[in-house]
Design a protein around this ligand. Structure first.
Ligand code: HEC
Length: 138
């Protein structure tokens, strides 16, 4: 009986967590801090591989994954500046690719293939830039 009750509570909780993305009503600062967290993560990965501080690489991956998940929990149309909201599909793809490459980095680190980790992190960073160049009209 307890088990059933517990399952029901879990179900209700997970339904609430999976509710449709809320409108992105947060301030510019919170968007900037998602981005800053990802930039910190990118720095940790790059410095980790350049200086051979390998633990930093995994910390950086976690920061990037956390940032991506937070951005993905909002409606990207409202996250992007209004004049570039039309590029949300493109942006969503960049975010998905960032997630995939971050997993590749993790796997290469586990396999101690640091060159592959470096290559995947370069590809990851290109995805940051591809969304930025759309948004910024570069
Ligand atoms: C879905 C699109 C998108 C992706 C992908 C993306 N960004 Fe951003 N980023 C933005 C937007 C929108 C802004 C705010 C507008 C601007 O700065 O031009 C921004 C701004 C920034 C800024 C400046 C923040 C500030 O304080 O002004 C940094 C740093 C940054 N992003 C880092 C990253 C990193 C690192 C990644 C990849 C891991 C990344 N971004 C991926 C959309 C994106």
């Amino acid at each position: 009986m307890k088990k059933i009750l517990f399952t029901i509570i879990l179900l209700v909780l997970s339904i609430q967590l999976n509710a449709a993305p809320v409108s992105y009503s947060e301030t510019h600062e919170s968007k900037a801090s998602d981005m800053k967290e990802m930039a910190d993560g990118m720095g940790l990965i790059m410095n980790g591989l350049l200086y051979n501080y390998l633990d930093n690489v995994n910390m950086g991956v976690k920061k990037i994954q956390g940032g991506v998940k937070r951005i993905q929990s909002h409606d990207l149309k409202q996250y992007l500046p209004a004049d570039t909201a039309y590029a949300h599909k493109f942006g969503e793809k960049s975010l998905r690719r960032i997630m995939e490459y971050s997993k590749d980095v993790e796997e290469s680190m586990k396999a101690k293939d640091y060159e592959a980790a470096f290559d995947s992190s370069t590809l990851l960073m290109r995805q940051c830039n591809s969304c930025h160049s759309r948004v910024r009209g570069w």
